[in-house]
Design a protein around this ligand. Sequence first.
Ligand code: NDP
Length: 294
Amino acid sequence: MTVPAIILNNGVAMPALGFGVFQTPPAETRTAVAEALRVGYRHIDTAAAYGNERGVGEALAASGLARSDVFIETKIWINDYGYDETLHSFDKSAGKLGVEQIDLLILHQALPSAFERTLAAYRALETLLADGRVRAIGVSNFMPHHLEKFLPEIDIVPAVNQIEVHPYFQQRELQTLNEKHGILTQAWAPIGGITFYRPGFSRSTLEDPVILDIARIHGKSAAQVMIRWGVQEGRSVIPKSVRPERIAENFNVFDFELSADQLAAIDALDADQRGGPDPDLITLENFSRDIPEA
Ligand code: NDP
């Protein structure tokens, strides 16, 4: 099965369905990513802050796949923002991943409390792009007011904005703004992971009766319906699992189609309920994390 590609705003092709590794323990990452590559995923999303880039690189090296067949995405953590710091952070990530070139490198957070440092970090991404060290650059967790302040200051429009999107938190205004600027919305927690691994949510998207009804009609699982919903609406989706049966299940979403009514029924589940931290509250003081050398 070949996953359909999304063409980014600079012409680079990226598989519409990728594989996430947030909270995948470093010791399990190599096995999980190896399984994902075996099943057919060709896009892996990691981050310097996840501490597991090395496992991703080991799985890639052991896979026997050509480097150009796998799309590798990673993120710069806030401690490494700043021009020189971000250039060096690329070296750290590329070293751990064991690659010369990273396909998509993004800023993990908007860090509004240090705007100049964030801008300098992005300028480093622009340099890495110009130098061919990365094939595309982008951002993550940028809300409308962050983008509106940021975009006039930069030269290269981000290829993606990776944000929390699942049926209970759809960020439609932000998705529309991304689209207006030619920025692809990439959905993190696309099956609502955050709704069931974070205490305090009243219910999990996996148990939602509307989603379960649609799943029953298609003979699919709730997770498969949510992934399909994201792909059909044109988002990049990057579900995570460490379990082989779920890694395969989440990939098996290209043999059915949701109707317009079914898409609309899932759209109507939006509860505007953010599961992740408010991006405005991420500061160097409360989210500091040193990123080790390669
Ligand atoms: P997901 O929506 O992908 O959900 C992951 C959770 O769902 C895990 O607990 C997993 O458990 C479980 N799960 C996976 N498949 C199934 C299934 N078929 N049925 C039931 N449960 C399932 O959430 P994530 O937060 O992991 O988001 C996906 C990716 O997005 C991350 O891995 C990361 O790459 C990225 N991300 C980025 C963020 C950012 O700030 N930019 C923030 C958060 C995530 P198990 O592993 O045990 O199967």
